[in-house]
Design a protein around this ligand. Structure first.
Ligand SMILES: [Fe+2]
Ligand SMILES: [Fe+2]
Length: 407
């Protein structure tokens, strides 16, 4: 038996439970073989999910004809490794596992068939770590000063009387930032029917805080673009950050949350603490990445073991130092344990977006595995796993549409 969204119902599936409307009136009975007219009835009565009889995960049915059993077994095995630190019995994780296997099975080339090589861990330079650990303990960690564009955008966000032209003036100081912003506002993320060709028009349509936040997030990440590729592929890092930003916005739409100005910038900056480590502490970062790869531990757990804090703490400190508004410091700080956040809903949405991006392997922040899942926070969010497939489909379409803007 499995719960599935009505959009995924197919003819000849069998209902394993009665389906009732909100007034408990019986609509369809248990044991009924679904026909297209039943799907129409369910949609008409606003039923979004039903229980159907199934003794096999449905990706096996979808993919069995197209790929051989051996490949499917390898995909499942590798996906189980990817999901090593989360509970596969939780309905949300079970659904993400299914979607992960499904997307790998339907892609023409299965990339994880390439064997990754892991360098042996060199533990001879422990003093490197204690150096960084001491710096952190005595608050001597080097955090960059606030860039002038970030400072000016902060002012815009905090000032309710800032005009569209004021913001356009700040953004236009960086022609590449202005060009990317215009491409994004004209992308499927906003889906405006006509072309927007000026920043001030974009501000009028989308709002001061959202445009300034978007500009701020993009600008802040671009400061780290010169991190060498053998440390982290910055294009993949940006893709992971964009995925988290976009999925967060889509999840808000599914939860009917209208105040979403901070979601894009929170998603973009959630792992910025890692960029500080990669840029200013490259030797230690390489070691931490290497240890996580060989131990199969989560990267943020290895960070804690090695330096006594995590990228979340460093990212939170940076956002505090840069005085970035929109209450994103708390979201960044608690994106791996949103139960402890002040605004649990927003932190849980970014947390879930991060888990989704990892489960679909969209970009990377250096973490190779699906990070720990805060079941308590997820359960109180009240979001059905049956919506995950359409959330991921919609978000992937938007991510693919904009990732090339950053090349
Ligand atoms: Fe993270
Ligand atoms: Fe992340």
């Amino acid at each position: 038996m499995s719960i599935i969204h009505v959009d995924r119902l197919k003819e000849n599936m069998v209902l394993s439970e009665d389906v009732r409307d909100l007034n408990t009136r019986l609509l369809l009975s248990k044991g009924l073989k679904i026909k297209s007219k039943h799907i129409r009835t369910l949609k008409m009565w606003g039923v979004t999910e039903v229980n159907v009889a199934s003794n096999k995960p449905d990706y096996e049915e979808t993919t069995a004809k197209e790929i051989d059993a051996g490949l499917l077994e390898r995909i499942e095995e590798n996906t189980r490794e990817l999901f090593h630190h989360v509970d596969l019995e939780h309905p949300a994780i079970k659904e993400l596992f299914r979607l992960s296997v499904l997307s790998k099975s339907s892609s023409k080339i299965y990339k994880s068939d390439k064997k990754e090589t892991v360098d042996p861990v060199d533990d001879s330079k422990e003093e490197l770590m204690s150096d960084l650990r001491n710096n952190i303990a005595y608050q001597r960690i080097k955090l960059p000063e606030i860039p002038s564009t970030v400072y000016e955008l902060n002012e815009m966000i905090a000032n309710p009387s800032a005009s569209a032209d004021d913001i356009a003036q700040v953004v236009s100081k960086s022609p590449s930032l202005a060009a990317i912003l215009l491409k994004i506002v004209n992308s499927p993320i906003y889906a405006f029917p006509t072309k927007i060709d000026t920043i001030s028009r974009a501000v009028t349509l989308i709002g001061t805080q959202e445009i300034s936040g978007l500009a701020l997030g993009i600008h802040a990440i671009s400061i780290f673009k010169d991190i060498p590729k053998d440390m982290i592929d910055m294009h993949l890092f940006l893709k992971h950050s964009l995925a988290c930003a976009i999925i967060s916005r889509v999840l808000c739409a599914y939860k009917n949350i209208t105040q979403t100005e901070q979601m894009f910038v929170s998603g973009l900056l959630h792992d910025i603490g890692r960029l500080i480590l990669y840029k200013y502490y490259p030797k230690q970062s390489r070691k931490i990445l290497q240890r996580a790869a060989s131990s199969k531990e989560l990267l943020h757990e290895e960070e804690k073991k090695a330096i006594g804090c995590q990228h979340t703490d460093i990212g939170g400190d940076l956002i505090k130092k840069w005085k970035i508004p929109l209450s994103i410091e708390n979201i960044v700080l608690y994106h791996h344990n949103p139960s402890d956040a002040n605004n649990q809903t927003y932190a849980t949405i970014v947390h879930l977006a991060d888990i989704m991006a990892h489960s679909q392997e969209i970009g990377t922040s250096g973490e190779r595995l699906v990070p720990n899942f805060d079941t308590k926070a997820f359960n109180s969010l009240g979001l059905s796993p049956s919506s995950f497939e359409s959330v991921i489909r919609l978000a992937t379409h938007q991510i693919n549409a904009i990732e090339s803007f950053f090349k």
